[in-house]
Design a protein around this ligand. Structure first.
Ligand SMILES: NC(=O)c1ccc[n+]([C@@H]2O[C@H](COP(=O)([O-])OP(=O)(O)OC[C@H]3O[C@@H](n4cnc5c(N)ncnc54)[C@H](O)[C@@H]3O)[C@@H](O)[C@H]2O)c1
Length: 461
């Protein structure tokens, strides 16, 4: 059953008779149609009619049509207009550039631009490190995509990826004061992407790769890390891995288990799953079983690309084969970054006692969280309408704040683990419980804590 949410929020402008029961009738009709009213404003009042704006959370275009039909079935009621509030906030884009300096007169102009700026150019030419001191480089990140894996929607191309990249840039600014700018490349060729990022790198203090499909994303990140002297971070990989490892640390505190004793099943061995496994292995868990669309990953599978071959070699101590359901038997932890609706409560019942289930496929998790709760001690999802939301926003703003502050030129696993610990530590012992293993994305303590931990780890390199 779909749930109405703010991502599908609409405002209906409705004309109705001015009777005493009009408001109640309208609200009841919208409610019966399954929408959640969030605002009700009378915008015009006349002797023969009123005009109201009803704002409501819905779940689809069909649902909006049903609500309109339900309203127009009322005597004397007409729906004049339906506005989609999500489209409205995207009109003209979500970010802009603004000047930090005053440009009021010729004097200002001569210093901010020619002729004064020439001396700044010469200073940087003589000492390239001054670019961090005298330009936007010190606080600016490129959010680079080829549009090949946009959210869970697939290969939509660079233009359709732009609303996501703009949103990401807005989050960077809001949560960490980082100036990020979308760079949507009109190519999906690995070498061209690498070259394009190399060519634009002088402007930026860091590169955030975003929504680039696996396995291409692995080679792009690896090569750019070798070639550039600024940090390169693929958020779909490492942002996810940081938050998952931090959340798992707190989940295991709640159930009283040690990671070194745990058997962990990671379903999904793409961008997110591979990075989660690689980071988890740094913490020496009991065992990890990687599972993908073809079942448990093991060395004899015969369909292994270099990434899967690496996973096969470093996981699955007992060289098991089989399906996801086979992998779950006796497992302490399930981490899903794969596909919707893969198993039910009966499979969770075969896991070890006090099982931890992170079903993170978006928007629909690997298992319905209500089903998972029947047998699991802790359930987390990627969704904001359930407790324990695993959301990269907890990681990437603070990570880049720390990297920029430290003027870091690279990224290490220690730095990622420091970020994971910082997120976990924001939830102190008094607040930690099965429904609160990660802080809220709006907890203002998170980004500074992550930034400090990352800057410290970067300074140790
Ligand atoms: N909540 C979060 O924080 C978060 C973060 C990252 C990714 N995700 C979600 O995780 C999912 C995967 O993201 P990705 O970027 O790694 O994608 P990806 O395409 O790189 O990898 C997907 C993986 O899932 C596997 N898979 C697909 N269908 C499967 C099935 N039926 N059974 C088992 N495995 C299956 C594939 O073999 C592949 O290994 C998406 O739904 C994404 O939205 C959530």
């Amino acid at each position: 059953m779909p749930v109405p949410g703010p991502g599908y929020s609409i405002t209906l402008r409705v004309e109705a008779p001015p009777s005493a029961s009009a408001a109640g009738d309208l609200a009841a009709a919208v409610g019966r149609a399954g929408a959640v009213i969030t605002a009700f404003d009378v915008v015009e009042s006349h002797t023969d009619r009123i005009v109201v704006d009803i704002t409501a959370n819905t779940y689809s275009d069909d649902h909006v049509r049903d609500i309109t039909v339900a309203l127009e079935a009322l005597s004397g009621v007409a729906v004049r207009k339906v506005s989609d509030r999500t489209f409205l906030i995207h009109l003209g884009g979500k970010i802009e550039v603004s000047s930090k300096v005053q440009l009021r007169n010729r004097d200002d102009l001569s210093r901010a631009y020619t002729p004064g700026v020439a001396r700044i150019c010469q200073a940087i030419a003589e000492n390239p490190d001054d670019a961090r001191r005298l330009t936007i480089k010190r606080n600016t990140v490129a959010v680079v995509t080829d549009g090949s894996a946009v959210l869970g929607l697939g290969n939509l191309g660079p233009a359709a990826a732009l609303p996501v990249m703009e949103g990401k840039a807005a989050l960077f600014k809001k949560f960490a004061g980082v100036d990020a700018w979308p760079v949507c490349l009109d190519t999906q060729d690995t070498d061209e992407i690498i070259r394009a990022v190399e060519l634009i790198a002088p402007v930026y203090g860091g590169i955030n790769l975003e929504d680039i499909a696996a396995p291409r994303c692995f080679e792009i990140e690896r090569t750019l890390r070798e070639r550039l002297d600024i940090p390169v971070f693929h958020d779909d990989q490492h942002g996810t891995a940081i938050v998952v490892v931090g959340a798992l640390r707190n989940a295991l505190r709640v159930v009283g288990k040690q990671l070194s004793d745990c058997k962990i099943v990671v379903c999904g061995a793409g961008a997110a799953g591979s990075a989660i496994i690689r980071l988890l292995l740094q913490k020496k868990p009991g065992d990890v079983l990687a599972v993908d669309v073809n079942g448990i990953v093991h060395p004899d599978r015969g369909d292994l690309d270099p990434n899967l071959a690496w996973l096969a070699e470093h996981t699955n101590n007992e060289r098991k084969s089989g399906s996801l359901v086979d992998a779950l038997v006796g497992a302490d932890v399930f981490i899903g970054v794969s596909a919707p609706n893969l198993f039910g409560a009966e499979a969770v019942a075969t896991m070890a006692s006090d099982a931890v289930v992170f079903a993170l496929a978006n928007p629909d998790p690997e298992i319905d969280p209500m089903e998972a709760q029947r047998h699991a001690a802790i359930v987390a999802t990627g969704r904001s309408d359930y407790p324990n939301q695993i959301n990269n926003v907890l990681a990437f703003p603070g990570v880049f704040r720390g990297l920029l502050d430290a003027q870091a030129n690279g990224i290490t696993d220690e730095l990622l683990l420091a970020a994971a610990d910082a997120i976990a530590d924001v939830v102190d012992g008094d607040r930690l419980n099965a429904s609160f293993i990660v802080p809220s994305v709006f907890d203002s303590a998170v980004a500074p804590a992550v930034a400090e931990a990352v800057a410290k780890a970067a300074a140790k390199r």
